[in-house]
Design a protein around this ligand. Structure first.
Ligand SMILES: NC(=O)c1ccc[n+]([C@@H]2O[C@H](COP(=O)([O-])OP(=O)(O)OC[C@H]3O[C@@H](n4cnc5c(N)ncnc54)[C@H](O)[C@@H]3O)[C@@H](O)[C@H]2O)c1
Length: 403
C-alpha cells in the first residue's frame, strides 16, 4: 500500500547545491522508514546531497521531493541506476526489490546501502555478495544497531569480559576452594524484544515469513556479532507473526535466547540485551542505559542521549525515560492530542555515515553483504525449525558466501 507524506510542504529552500565533496544520493522506496530516517539524514548530513526521491507511487515520490528538497522525483529505479549525478543509492523498499536493483547498481559503480533483510532467499543473497566481490563496489546492510552508541559500548564491555578482565569478588562467595567449571566461561545472552502489534503496519499480519524473518534479522545479526563462536544449532517456537522464542547454540557451548512479543505496550522500553560471561553481568536497555557488575574500572550505570529529535526529554536512562513518558502523557491529556514519542538513537545516522567513510576509503564497512550471509542462513533455518517443531543443525559451509 502506498504511503503519501501527510505533512508535506513545498520547501524548495532546503534544496542545497551539491558541493564537489558531497555524495549525490538517491533514496529508492520512500515509505515509513525512509521518511523517518534516511531522507532527513541525507538532508542533514553535510557529506550527502539528496538528488532523487524514488518511489513506485508517484504521489509519495513527489511529496518526498518537495518535503526533503530532492532535485527530482522518479518512479522507475532504472532511471536512478542510469543517473550520472547519483553516486550512492539507499534502497529502502521491502525485499520485493533487492538483487534486481543492487546488481546493476554495483556494475554501474554505485555503492548501495540496503535496508535489511539483505535478500529474500539464500540464492539472491549469494548473487548480491558475488556482484559486490566481482565489482569491488561495496554494499552496506542496514543493520544499524551495530552503530548505536550504546550497543557499541555494550559490545566493548562484552569483549573486555571475554578477553581476560578479572571480575570483582561477589558479596557472597563460596567458590574459594572449588575448581572452575566450563559453564563459567560460556556466554549466555538474552535479547528481549517487547513489541506492540498495534503500532505495526498491515504487512506483518499477511507476510508468510512474518517478524521472525523481516525484523529478527536485526537481532540475529547482533547475536552473531556479539558471539565470537559460530552458530551450530537453532530452534524457534511460537507464531512467526511475532510471539516467539528463539534459541541459538554456538560451537563453544554459548547460548543466545531471543524472546519476541507482540502483546506488549509500545511505550515500554522495547529492547533489552543481557550478557553474562566469566562472572560479568552486562545489560543494555533501549539504547539509553548500560548497567554492569564485575568491572571495577567501569561505571556501574551509564546513560546515553535520546534521538536528536527528542531534546524535550531531559531526564536520562531507563528511570528518566519512565518519568518523561509519564509527564508527557499528563501534558497531552491536559491539552488534548497524542503524547510525543520518546525515540532513541539506534544508530541509523551513524551507520550511513560510517558507510560514507568506507566509500571514501577512510574506514571499514559497518556491515558488508558478506557479514549478512550467516544472518540470512540462520533466519531461514529458524523458519524451517518453527515449521518442523525441532532444533536444526547448521553446518559450517552454509555460513560461507558461495562464489
Ligand atoms: N533499519 C530499521 O530500523 C528498519 C525499520 C523499519 C523498516 N525497515 C526496513 O525498511 C524497508 C521498508 O520498510 P517500511 O516500513 O519503510 O515500508 P513501507 O511499505 O512504508 O515503504 C516501502 C516503500 O517502497 C516503495 N516501493 C516498493 N517497491 C518499489 C519499487 N520497485 N521501486 C520504488 N519504490 C518501491 C513503496 O511504494 C513504499 O512507499 C523494509 O525492508 C524494512 O524491513 C528497517
Amino acid at each position: 500500500m502506498a504511503l503519501v507524506v501527510l505533512d508535506a510542504v513545498d520547501s524548495p529552500d532546503i534544496m542545497q547545491t551539491m558541493t564537489k565533496d558531497q555524495h549525490g544520493v538517491a533514496v529508492v522506496g520512500c515509505g515509513a522508514l525512509a521518511q523517518m530516517m534516511h531522507l532527513p539524514h541525507v538532508v542533514s548530513n553535510p557529506r550527502t546531497k539528496l538528488v532523487v526521491a524514488c518511489d513506485l507511487d508517484r504521489d509519495t515520490a513527489e511529496a518526498c521531493r518537495s518535503r526533503f528538497g530532492a532535485e527530482r522525483a522518479e518512479t522507475d529505479w532504472h532511471q536512478v541506476v542510469a543517473s550520472r549525478d547519483v553516486d550512492l543509492i539507499i534502497l529502502a523498499t521491502h525485499t520485493n526489490l533487492r538483487a534486481e536493483l543492487i546488481v546493476p547498481a554495483l556494475h554501474a559503480g554505485k555503492p548501495v546501502y540496503t535496508e535489511k533483510p539483505l535478500a529474500n532467499s539464500i540464492e539472491e543473497m549469494h548473487t548480491i555478495v558475488r556482484a559486490s566481490r566481482e565489482t569491488g563496489v561495496p554494499v552496506c546492510v542496514g543493520h544499524n544497531r551495530r552503530s548505536s552508541p550504546a550497543m557499541l559500548e555494550f559490545r566493548r564491555l562484552v569483549e573486555k569480559a571475554l578477553n581476560g578482565a578479572r571480575p570483582t569478588a561477589p558479596t557472597m562467595d563460596r567458590s574459594v576452594n572449588r575448581a572452575p567449571i566450563p559453564e563459567e566461561s560460556r556466554m549466555q545472552i538474552l535479547i528481549r524484544i517487547n513489541d506492540d502489534c498495534r503500532s505495526w503496519k498491515d504487512w506483518i499480519f499477511h507476510d508468510p515469513q512474518g517478524i521472525l524473518y523481516a525484523e529478527m534479522v536485526h537481532f540475529i545479526d547482533l547475536a552473531l556479532w556479539l558471539n565470537p563462536s559460530k552458530p551450530v544449532k537453532v530452534f524457534a517456537e511460537g507464531s512467526r507473526c511475532g510471539n516467539f522464542a528463539i534459541v541459538l547454540r554456538f560451537e563453544d557451548g554459548s547460548i543466545t535466547t531471543m524472546h519476541h512479543s507482540l502483546s506488549g505496550h509500545f511505550d515500554y522500553p522495547k529492547e533489552l540485551f543481557e550478557c553474562t560471561v566469566r562472572h560479568f553481568s552486562i545489560a543494555m536497555e533501549q539504547h539509553i542505559e548500560i548497567r554492569q557488575c564485575g568491572f571495577d574500572d567501569e561505571p556501574a550505570l551509564k546513560v546515553f542521549p535520546y534521538d536528536s529529535e527528542c531534546s524535550w526529554a531531559v531526564q536520562k536512562g531507563v528511570a528518566g525515560y519512565f518519568r518523561e513518558m509519564e509527564a508527557e502523557r499528563r501534558r497531552a491529556k491536559a491539552v488534548g492530542g497524542n503524547p510525543k514519542w520518546l525515540n532513541v538513537n539506534k544508530g541509523h545516522y551513524d551507520h550511513l555515515d560510517r558507510f560514507l567513510d568506507c566509500i571514501e576509503g577512510r574506514g571499514s564497512n559497518p556491515c558488508d553483504a558478506a557479514d549478512s550471509v550467516p544472518v540470512i542462513v540462520v533466519a531461514h533455518k529458524l523458519q524451517a525449525a518453527i515449521d518442523e517443531g525441532c532444533p536444526l543443525s547448521i553446518i559450517s559451509d552454509e555460513l560461507e558466501a558461495s562464489l
